[in-house]
Structure formats: C-alpha cells, structure tokens
Ligand binder design. Sequence first.
Ligand code: TXA
Ligand code: MG
Length: 337
Amino acid sequence: MHTQVIPVGALASDEERAHATARAAKSLCSGELIIFPTETVYGIGADAFQRDAANKIFSAKGRPADNPLIVHISNPEMLARVARAVSPMEQELMDAFWPGPLTLILPKTEAVPFEVTGGLDTVAVRMPQHPIARALIETADVPIAAPSANRSGSPSGTHLAALLEDFKGVVPIVLDAGPAEGGIESTVVKVEADALYILRPGSVTAEMLQEILPLPVRVPDARRAQSSPGTRYPHYAPRAPVFIAKDTNELKSLRDAYGAQGKRVAVLGFEEDTDAFSDVFFFSMGSKNNLSTYAKLLYRHLREADQAGADVILVPAVTEIGLGAALMDRIRKAASA
Ligand code: TXA
Ligand code: MG
C-alpha cells in the first residue's frame, strides 16, 4: 500500500487543509485508516461504528484485541451516539476540559462495537482540541476510534518520522500537521460516586480535576489496572534499555559506568546540563523549570536515541506533581519494558 503524506500544518493554505480533510474523511467513511494529529499525540483512526475498520487498527498496530480504543467526538450530539449516560459530575468535567486532553470512561451505546471497547461495556471518549482532528470528525460526521499512532509497545507517534517508521505502507493517508504540541497522551478518568480514578495521568492533572470536582483522586491499584486493560501491556519503549537517574549526579555516574563497559550512551537531559554530557549522544529536554518541553519531546527523543545507535538511554526523574506525575508514569513504563 502506498502511504500518502498530506501536509496540513502552518504552511498549508486553508483551502489545502479543507481539501485534505475532505479526502481523509471520505477514506475514513469507506473503512480505511487515517493517521491524524491531535493536541496530545497522533492518532491512528477508524470510523468507530465500523467493526471491520476498527479491527484494522489492531492489526496495523499489533495491538492486543482486549486493549480498548479511545473514541474521538467533535460535538455533544456525537457524544449521545456513543455514551448511554453522562452523570452531572462527568458533565462538569466535560464543560471544564473539553475540547482537550481528557478522556472519560462512560457506559457505551449499542452503536459502539465491542471491537472498539475490547469487549467492555464502557467506552473511552474524548473531544480533542486540535483543529484538524475536529474538522476531520465533523466532516466525516462519525466518531473516530483512535489509539496513539505507534506500533504497540513503542513510544507514541508525535512527529512524521515516527509515523512513517511504524506505518509506512500500512496506512493510506497521514495528515501531517508537524510535531504534536502536548507530546504525551490524554488523562484517562473514570468518575465514581466516591472518587475520581485516574487510569492514566496526563496534562489534565489531579490538581486540575480536583478544582472542578472536590472528590478524592485515586490512581490505579491492581484492581483498577484490570479495568483499564491498556495499562497491563508494555508501553513507550524504544529498542535500547532505558534507565532513570534521580538527578544530574546520578546521570553522570550512570554515564560513566556504562561508558566504561564500552556502551554507547544517550542522555535525555535538561538543557542546563548540556555541557556535562558533551561526550555522549545528548538530547535536550528543555529547561528543568518547564516540563512541557520534556513532555513534548520525550517520545521523539527516545526514538531518535535508538536511531543514533545508543545501547542505553538515560533519562532524569522529575518531581511527581502536575505534569511531572504523567511524565514519570511514561518514563517508568519505558524503563520497565
Ligand atoms: O491522547 C490520547 O489519548 C491519544 C490520542 C490519539 O487521542 N490516544 C491514546 O489512545 O493514547 P491509546 O489507545 O494509546 O490509549 C487508550 C487508553 C488505554 O490505556 C486503554 O486501556 C484506555 O485508554 N481505555 C480505553 N477504553 C477504556 C475503557 N473502556 N475502560 C478503561 N480504560 C480504557
Ligand atoms: Mg497508546
């Protein structure tokens, strides 16, 4: 299969974007897969109401069939087509964070095939903010089931080279809007009467959720992990093993130790530490004082460290508050794969 990359970023004209979106929507409605940008990471999408199309996602990604997909919508009417009920608390979260990087677990309607939900009676729903994602959903006039655009287990696709590395020859159309702004996936939340369960942390943080709903926020224990099947599988891992250093000093000692073993070391470090690592592959993650750059570049640099030929990849830990909690979740998974 030929993969056509259609630029829809800042350099494209409004007309080109509209044309590309219309073509992609048509292809999607005919049952094909589309890779499209969102504000978090790229998605690999199919018409959420076509089970055969949804099945193509699982084979393209090599994804286990019981790992459910996120359904992307663009308006409240579409929400009613996929979710059977929305509680007042869920509505408050939607009002506060949609469109945006928040995914809610809701009871599914019959229209959503079990292929999409991995056999569950619930469906993960998100209204993305990216204008291309929204235009694509609006034009197709169907909800789009889309996990992150990466082969299962690999770092999520956030820029064109990663998308082509994983899906060239597999997906007919890639809408390329340039590097994804957020860089890590949406926050996945399940609202229950007694608490908010964060099934996957993201840039909508526990602190932000609690400002809207003053309920206890819980993070998954083993029981919850079962109800969010995706968390059971290895994730975000480049080929080279990843090690987490608690601070710059530990980064240096790990660098020295692996260097002494003759290993090619890559460091994903803060820009403040650039000079300390001039002897290894160094990928700058921006300033210690602004973790949004770390989030934006993490998956890209994990892949680029592989491509540079690194034998080991060292990454610094961050403080687990706000966006730091989501980053540590991803880094730990990358390190434990
Ligand atoms: O930012 C994002 O969320 C991106 C973009 C493309 O929207 N999508 C994404 O999808 O990260 P994916 O498939 O890589 O992650 C979906 C997560 C998985 O951890 C999955 O287990 C969980 O959502 N999930 C989906 N449906 C669920 C359900 N019914 N109950 C519990 N967890 C669910
Ligand atoms: Mg994923």
